[in-house]
Design a protein. Structure first.
Length: 554
């Protein structure tokens, strides 16, 4: 049994009835561990799975909302940063760094988030980083004024709540060594547990661990005894000759060949699917390759981090629609959307999406909302002046009813989209939702799941965001946000392959683990360096990387 499982089993055995809170990096990891314990015949009565954030939400989330605060919706702060950057730039016209800030909105957001969850206030940022300091101050003030609470507010409120409502000392707290803990998250967990917490992990045998990992934050807390698997021996006692039979390395030519080799190995050896875990070091391109191939082989699988929204027709269509709006209605984008089969015209048989794309190409529209209407009117007028209706059968051009249908379809498209120099993000989002309803047909179970995810995310975002701006800017930013949306995230299930990223791997208790993407360009994965924190502000708090867990079976 792998050491996280053996350690959890030991704690459950010594505390069979006591309420136990297991703190994990992601909820799917906790569910994987509990399911693996069940398969091993171990009991886990009264174990409650939480991340640091969900635990704080359980403690004080209701109180914060009652006080008039609203949760900061995912990605809403990106649009907030977009609004703040131009305002701060106007206040600092001589700052060279400020002039490039418009292209670094997501990097600035990452930095502001890191500063907040580490308890940094604007006055503590060095003077030479004037633009960052001013932007961070404005960002914090905006959240305060609009009463939007993020993780930083939640952790502070939770710590204040604990001063008057301490947790029952009989509750046992456990934490995985790989759990990332920002400064405020650590302060909250430390106060909640009163410094008494059990680590699920292994001894540090010369490996440099991230400073913000639970293994380092709680390095003086006891580690529950458990067996160490083959993979973990690399960092402890070292591999022995007998371990070689459990580790196999293969070299392939090409990433798709690499993925196919794993699935072929599973099928030819008739390995039970729920005995297999497949780990990718980088989502691009391995995640899409895995999704496409397990679908083509008709193999049931769970994806712990979900599937990109762009892998199904609904997501592809919405992305294409947003690109079209963001490009200023370039005809090439509209033609590509129609010819790729992403849209349907269910209310008319007079013209198909492919025929409409051909007509738009012949119209030589270029870009611009009004040019579509003008071009079709020009075509209709020229045709009526040259030939009669009876002559249409002898020509390869479009019939008059097709031109009429094309005008109706285009009017429906443009009626969805807000007009004017300044539009609201809410109207842009609603245009996307109406587009899905009217022009996209959900054909598969995955399409329906993606549609549900998009409806939930976009409706929440539209309610939370009050930003306005040009249609091109808002649509382009929305397209970027959609590119990061995933759906269908699941913990491992019986009869399914378990597929997940490297930083969430090794918790399923499965006997066969395949790791793909071990070339120097992909392994060990993780995030890239933050360009705004290269100078190591606040002792490296702005450049934290997720700690990695070593899978025990290879």
């Amino acid at each position: 049994m792998q050491y996280p499982l053996s350690q959890l089993a030991a704690l459950c055995k010594t505390h069979p009835v006591t309420s136990k809170i297991l703190i994990v990096p992601a909820l799917t990891i906790g569910h994987d561990l509990m399911f693996a314990l069940s398969r091993a015949g171990q009991t886990w009565v009264n174990v409650h799975i939480h991340t640091p954030h969900t635990l704080a939400e359980q403690d004080v989330g209701a109180h914060v909302i009652t006080d008039g605060w609203t949760p900061l919706t995912q990605d809403a702060d990106l649009f907030l940063i977009d609004d703040l950057i131009p305002k701060i730039k106007r206040q600092m016209p001589d700052d060279v760094f400020a002039q490039q800030a418009g292209n670094l909105a997501r990097s600035f957001l990452h930095t502001c988030r890191a500063l907040r969850v580490n308890g940094i206030v604007a006055d503590e940022i060095r003077k030479e980083k004037g633009f960052l300091k001013a932007l961070y101050r404005a960002f914090c003030e905006a959240l305060e004024q609009e009463q939007l609470y993020d993780h930083a507010v939640l952790y502070r409120r939770a710590m204040a709540h604990l001063e008057t409502h301490p947790v029952n000392r009989e509750v046992a707290h456990l934490i995985l060594d790989e759990t990332p803990l920002s400064k405020l998250a650590f302060d909250y967990i430390h106060q909640r547990t009163q410094g008494v917490i059990h680590r699920i992990g292994q001894k540090n045998d010369g490996v440099i661990l991230p400073a913000h990992s639970a293994a380092m934050r709680f390095q003086n807390c006891p580690i529950v005894h458990g067996n160490v698997g083959v993979g973990a021996k690399i960092w402890s006692s070292g591999l022995q000759p007998d371990d070689q039979a459990q580790i196999h390395l293969r070299e392939t030519l090409g990433m798709e060949t690499e993925v196919r080799a794993i699935l072929r190995d599973v099928r030819t050896k008739k390995i039970p699917l729920d005995a297999v875990e497949i780990i990718y070091s980088s989502p691009n391109p391995y995640l899409m390759l895995l999704y496409d191939l397990v679908k083509s082989y008709d193999l049931p699988a769970t994806f712990s981090n979900g599937i990109p929204i762009g892998s199904v027709q609904t997501g592809q269509a919405l992305l294409a629609f947003c690109r079209w709006m963001g490009s200023g209605f370039q005809a090439e984008e509209f033609v590509a959307m129609c010819r790729s089969g992403l849209v349907t015209f269910s209310d008319t048989k007079d013209i198909t999406p492919h025929e409409l794309a051909t007509l738009i190409c012949k119209a030589r529209i270029g870009e611009g909302r009004t040019r579509y209407v003008d071009a079709l009117e020009r075509i209709k007028t020229s045709r009526l002046e040259r030939i009669t209706e009876e002559d249409w059968d002898t020509h390869r051009d479009f019939r008059m009813n097709q031109l009429d249908a094309a005008q109706r379809i285009l009017k429906r498209f443009f009626d969805l989209i807000p007009d004017g120099p300044i539009v609201s993000l809410r109207d842009v989002i609603l245009a996307g939702l109406h587009f899905i309803n009217q022009f996209v047909a959900a054909q598969t179970e995955a399409d329906h799941a993606a549609r549900d995810e998009l409806y939930g995310r976009l409706r929440t975002l539209s309610s939370a965001c009050k930003q306005t701006g040009s249609l091109r800017r808002l649509a382009s930013r929305l397209c970027e946000v959609l590119g990061h949306v995933t759906f269908g995230a699941q913990a491992s299930k019986p009869g399914h392959l378990a597929i997940g990223p490297l930083d969430q791997a090794g918790y399923t208790g499965r006997s066969r683990t395949y790791i793909i993407g071990m070339d120097e360009g992909s392994f060990p994965g993780g995030t890239t360096e933050d360009p705004l924190s290269l100078e190591g502000d606040q002792a490296g708090l702005l450049n934290e990387q997720p700690p990695h867990h070593t899978p025990e079976h290879v």
